[in-house]
Ligand binder design. Structure first.
Ligand code: PEP
Length: 259
């Protein structure tokens, strides 16, 4: 592994149902994470709960991430954009990280170009992007590799070189998301990690590329986290459904922390 930083990122998606449940889940994760030493824990709740987590968050090492941001008017961070949330508003809610390009948002129409605009906004606002990439399907001809390449190249094409090392890339093959025990194997994960690194080297050179952290997402469970982190050549995980159970999530964090 090139990087010294390790991450476990919880993507709560459109869960839990209420603010009371969100605070309880966060507090339970917070309580159980006091002995974690070497791993950054990032919780990304629905935007409506950011204020609740901000209150529960004080004095804690857990960071808060957002699941989305709007890209228009990045400098003023305000305007007539019904339903959208600006980077400034996220910062005001103690957000430090932003997920961008998640496959579930791409499925709703978010293109590589939109992802690039959002990523630019996040970087300009000095927040840390968690750039999600990953193929929908695997084909024997290897077309999926060009798909991943295009996602990375478009998203990163306008990012100043000195900001690249602050980006976390989350490789999330869509076919492996939300499948329970059907995560990718560590050998395939290792191969893709090398491939992503190769793309970054060709875009930015070896030194910058080696500073980028790659995490894996897609059916990470406490039962498979150990073999993935040991064999996958990755810096941690983006965890979906298992992040909604504090004890499951913390077990995954402990595995990463001890790796
Ligand atoms: C995700 O959607 O980001 C994800 C990793 O989901 P899951 O862990 O549920 O597969």
């Amino acid at each position: 592994m090139n990087s010294k930083t390790k991450y476990v990122i919880g993507n709560w998606k459109m869960e839990p149902r209420t603010a009371v449940e969100a605070r309880a889940l966060f507090l339970s994760i917070k309580k159980q994470s006091s002995r974690i030493k070497n791993t950054s824990i990032i919780i990304c709740p629905p935007a409506i709960f950011l204020g609740d987590l901000q209150m529960a968050h004080s004095g804690n090492k857990i960071s808060i991430g957002a699941q989305n941001v709007f890209w228009e008017n990045p400098s003023s961070g305000r305007g007539a954009f019904t339903g959208e949330i600006s980077a400034n508003q996220l910062i005001d809610s103690s957000v430090e990280y932003v997920i961008v390009g998640h496959s579930e948002r791409r499925a709703l129409g978010e293109t590589n170009e939109i992802v690039a605009e959002k990523l630019h906004t996040i970087v300009e606002a000095k927040l840390t992007p968690i750039l999600c990439i990953g193929e929908r399907l695997r084909d024997e001809e290897g077309e999926y590799l060009s798909f991943i390449k295009e996602q990375i190249e478009t998203a990163l094409r306008d990012v100043p070189h000195n900001k690249i090392k602050n980006i976390i890339i989350a490789y999330e093959p869509v076919w492996a998301i939300g499948r329970g025990d059907d995560a990718m194997g560590p050998k395939d994960m290792h191969e893709v990690s090398l491939y992503i690194h190769k793309i970054l080297v060709s875009m930015f050179g070896k030194k910058i590329a080696s500073g980028v952290d790659v995490v894996y997402g897609g059916s990470v469970e406490r039962s498979n986290a150990e073999e993935l982190i040991k064999g996958g050549e990755i810096s941690g995980f983006l965890v979906g459904h298992a992040s909604l159970y504090a004890d499951h999530f913390i077990d995954i964090v402990k595995i990463v922390d001890n790796s």
